[in-house]
Design a binder for this molecule. Structure first.
Ligand code: SF4
Length: 470
């Protein structure tokens, strides 16, 4: 098993990512750019902080009455001639789409970028059922050609350099293309144009759904979302239940901060508002509109410890600033949602045991909370997740033993003092200039990639006692 393969342990995948020079180059350039754009965009926007507080309050209030808002949304969509499907699990959501494809004779489906459909592994299921899925977002198109998974919530091909994309296009599409983003975009556009016209179904996610009007909102930059929602005869939108918001006024609050957080834009190039299928007298739009409201572990967390993760707008800002994500990229996490919020979403969707290694893939520096447009307290939830893994005995016994011993020692000052004296003696052969550079045995892992400060000659209490002496 290679270090980078999905079945490998997290540590091995992370090591593989660190050795990948292309990945390091691509990640460094893209995340640094995103961080700068976001910062500049909020610097010019004095209302930003107040709107972030407002957005958080809307999310909190909406979760209090989620059933009411979802029913209102469903009623309004059906009033407009759309169909609403309720899916308790990811499997159910997938089955609903496959059934629609079967019943409506769908052979090809064009897709706009959607993490919800990644979550339910829709492409694989469609292919298996004889329906050809075609990704139309440029990043998604690239990774579909490469037979890979997205490695970022909003920039699925962030792990690829433009040179790699040029090679991929040359190999998969035939021809020789230069590593110029503009050229490559034109190539993809020419390939995809015909697909929009041929497809029977358009599949999208949803950034928001407005309960008071039955409007599904898509925020994109490429215009492909608009084609996917209007050209094929059937439009299916798949949405996690937490994406509902009460009103159009609330939508304005979210739109003001979403693109700023994601790409540093004031607004995305396209904000598409979908209200059911084509209405009488309208020139374009699908004949049928279906909205799939997917639970898949979400409502369980309304009263759970991961509740705040339900506020997430999927802007990706927390990934860009995370010192772990910036080094290892998204694939090393091994699940659909990468980065710090991805760890929590994976725990929500697949249960805490699925993240027993990933729960520690955070330095808890708090950068994610600082940039989050809805101020999700990711570090707090990660600590609580670690605690849960410990109390439920999901974490490995070695980890529980070591941290259990450390906890006991820290709670007893006399043990702590004795421990410090032992450590001071034991470190003598390894300490130089106040640093420990290479420890033996199991402890060597701590010094494999960095130095540790040596245990001080005197503890703080000992120095304090000395200072207090007359
Ligand atoms: S947790 Fe916050 S910063 Fe991260 S993707 Fe979600 S909304 Fe964006």
């Amino acid at each position: 098993m290679s270090e980078t393969s999905l079945g490998a342990p997290f540590a091995a995948r992370a090591r593989g990512a660190l050795k990948d020079a292309y990945l390091q180059e691509a990640l460094g350039i893209a995340t640094t750019k995103f961080i700068g754009l976001r910062r500049e965009s909020f610097e010019d926007f004095p209302q930003g902080d107040a709107l972030r507080d407002r957005a958080r309050a809307i999310k909190e209030a909406t979760l209090q009455q989620l059933d009411h808002h979802l029913e209102r949304l469903a009623d309004n969509i059906e009033r407009l001639g759309g169909r609403v499907h309720w899916a308790a699990t990811g499997d159910e959501a997938r089955d609903i789409i496959l059934r629609l494809c079967r019943d409506k004779g769908v052979r090809m489906a064009v897709k706009s970028k959607s993490m919800a459909t990644e979550e339910i592994e829709l492409n694989e299921a469609l292919e298996h059922a004889g329906v050809k899925p075609v990704e139309t977002d440029l990043g998604e198109y690239i990774i579909q050609l490469a037979h890979e998974k997205p490695s970022h919530i909003i920039a699925p091909a962030i792990h690829k350099t433009k040179g790699q994309v040029a090679d991929l296009f040359s190999k998969e599409l035939g021809g020789r293309f230069e590593a110029d983003p503009e050229v490559l975009t034109k190539v993809a556009r020419a390939e995809l144009r015909q697909k929009f016209l041929e497809a029977d179904m358009g599949i999208t996610g949803a950034n928001f759904a407005v309960a008071e009007t039955g409007t599904v909102v898509l925020v994109t930059n490429e215009g492909n979302g608009r084609m996917v929602t209007s050209l094929p005869r059937i439009h299916v939108a798949v949405m996690g239940m937490e994406k509902v918001i009460p009103s159009m006024t609330d939508l304005m609050v979210f739109l003001a901060i979403l693109a700023r957080s994601a790409t540093g834009q004031k607004l995305s190039s396209y904000t598409t508002l979908v209200r059911g299928p084509r209405q009488p007298g309208e020139m374009e739009g699908p004949e049928e509109f279906h909205l799939i409201l997917m639970d898949n572990g979400r409502t369980r967390q309304i009263a759970g410890t991961l509740r705040e993760a339900l506020y997430c707008l999927r802007c990706g800002a927390c990934l860009n600033v995370c010192p772990v994500y910036r080094q290892i990229g998204g694939h090393a996490y091994g699940h659909t949602y990468p980065g710090p919020i991805g760890i929590l979403l994976t725990a929500m969707l697949k249960g805490a045991p699925s993240v027993k290694e990933l729960a520690h893939a955070s330095s808890l520096c708090g950068a994610c909370k600082d940039v989050c447009p809805v101020r999700i307290d990711i570090p707090r939830m990660l600590v609580e997740l670690r605690e849960h893994l410990d109390t439920e005995k999901i974490a490995p016994w070695t980890e529980r033993l070591l941290f259990g011993m450390a906890r006991r020692m820290m709670m007893r000052p006399s043990w702590f003092r004795r421990g410090a004296s032992v450590a001071r003696l034991a470190q003598k052969p390894f300490a130089r200039d106040g640093r420990l550079r290479a420890l033996p045995l199991f402890f060597g892992k701590w010094t494999a990639t960095r130095d540790l400060p040596a245990v001080a000659e005197k503890t703080f209490s000992e120095r304090w006692q000395e200072l207090r002496r007359p």
